[in-house]
Write a protein that binds this ligand. Structure first.
Ligand code: PLP
Length: 410
């Protein structure tokens, strides 16, 4: 049976422990910087106005029922998701080189991709059947690929010195990986570091990957949420598609729609241009449907219906873009304020990385000792690696946060 030898007590999820400690803390000054969800200036969850509008429309639709969605998901949702990522006039869509399957948010999309690769990826060099992820990466990547028994290897990513990209380390490792390796890339707003390659660096990454016949797997969980521009945040993926790569994309609507709990996401396969493209897409799509059937049967309807209404209506879409600018704008503003406060206080070290980094998270460079002091003395909660969720900062607590950081760094 399930003795300790075969099923030992698992360690507590570090983020879960952090959240529990935050909840127990009764100090009114406490700040939660662990959360991976957007908060407004009052530290409250924010339902996007466009989501409220779409919700009302759904509510008033007399035709709506609770039947199963098709195995591959809501067709209006998956086709709009393709257009969102690849562009409305994308040759990949026009040439039928793309197939999309609705998934359980971004996590489910990464999982479906992992399962597909474990089953069907067949490089000529069997050593290449491994996925390379950035060091560090979203912790779940390691677990998801581990679950399907795909070996996970790392490529350098974060430079402790500059608190920016270790570009030489990254390129060197990608160049050194066996030909045909799978390379997982964060499309924008890298989690946990907030560090993204520049467009010039992306071009070089594509060049090296092409020369080595590597296989890109993009994880995009923050399109529009990072810079406020859907195009800008989707640039890297589109560049790779234009370069003719065959690739995978895991797309999440959790952050950019604030649909965290509704689990709306999409998995995409795009093949290279060529005479067999449509036939390849048909075969891959048929196998994805079989995998999906055995994993979840049918994806959940509600979040996909909300996103689909917005993505397929010009007026709602424009409202969504405004909501995206509200969220990204507030976060970018908090980055500016935090940096300038730390610089004004003369806090030792450089703080340009706070505004150079982008998206929900920032790797502050605070060490575990400083992180513990912030928690014990100042009731400020963040993960041991010094990652803060920018969404936890607001006009009411940022002064207190900057002074607390100053005090533990000095
Ligand atoms: N990928 C990355 C890099 C993420 O940061 C996240 C969320 O934090 C996800 C995927 C997936 O999240 P979800 O399953 O909620 O869409």
């Amino acid at each position: 049976s399930f003795t300790n030898d075969v099923c030992p007590q698992a360690p507590e999820d570090p983020l879960f422990g952090l959240m529990a400690a935050y909840r127990r803390d009764t100090d009114p000054k406490k700040i939660d910087l662990g959360i991976g969800a957007y908060r407004d200036d009052n530290a409250k969850p924010w339902v996007l106005p466009v989501v409220k509008q779409a919700d009302k429309l759904l509510h008033n639709d007399p035709e709506l029922n609770h039947e199963y969605l098709p195995i591959a998901g809501l067709p209006d949702f998956t086709s709009a998701s393709q257009k969102l990522i690849l562009g409305k006039k994308s040759p990949a869509i026009q040439e039928k080189r793309a197939v999309a399957v609705q998934t359980i948010s971004g996590t489910g999309a990464v999982h479906l991709g992992a399962l597909f690769l474990a089953r069907f990826y067949n490089p000529s060099n069997s050593d290449a059947k491994a996925v390379y992820v950035s060091t560090p990466t979203w912790a779940n990547h390691n677990q998801i690929f581990g679950n399907v028994k795909l070996p996970v290897k790392g490529y350098p990513y974060f430079s402790k010195q500059t608190k920016g990209l270790d570009f030489d380390g990254m390129i060197g490792a990608i160049e050194g990986a066996p030909e045909g390796s799978i390379i997982l890339l964060h499309a924008c707003a890298h989690n946990p570091t907030g560090v993204d390659p520049t467009q010039e660096q992306w071009k070089k990454i594509a060049e090296v990957m092409k020369a080595k016949h590597h296989f890109p797997f993009f994880d995009t969980a923050y399109q529009g949420f990072a810079s406020g521009s859907l195009e800008k945040d989707g640039w890297a993926i589109n560049y790779f598609v234009e370069q003719g790569f065959e690739l995978l994309i895991a797309q999440s609507y959790a952050k950019n729609f604030g649909l965290y709990g509704e689990r709306a996401g999409c998995f995409h396969f795009i093949t290279s241009p060529g005479s067999h493209a449509a036939e390849t897409v048909s075969r891959v799509g048929s196998q994805l449907a079989i995998l999906q059937r055995s994993e979840i049967s049918n994806p959940p309807a509600y979040g996909a219906r909300i996103a689909s209404l917005v993505l397929n209506d010009d007026k709602l879409f424009a409202q969504w873009e405004e909501d995206l600018r509200t969220m990204s704008g507030r976060i970018i503003e908090m980055r500016k304020v935090l940096r300038s406060k730390l610089e004004e206080l003369g806090t030792p070290g450089t703080w340009n990385h706070i505004t150079d980094q982008i998206g929900m998270f920032s790797f502050t460079g605070l060490n575990p000792d400083q992180v513990n002091k912030l928690r014990e003395k100042f009731h400020i909660y963040m993960t041991q690696n010094g990652r803060i969720s920018m969404a936890g900062l607001n006009t009411k607590n940022i002064d207190y946060f900057a002074k607390s950081v100053d005090s533990v760094v000095k």
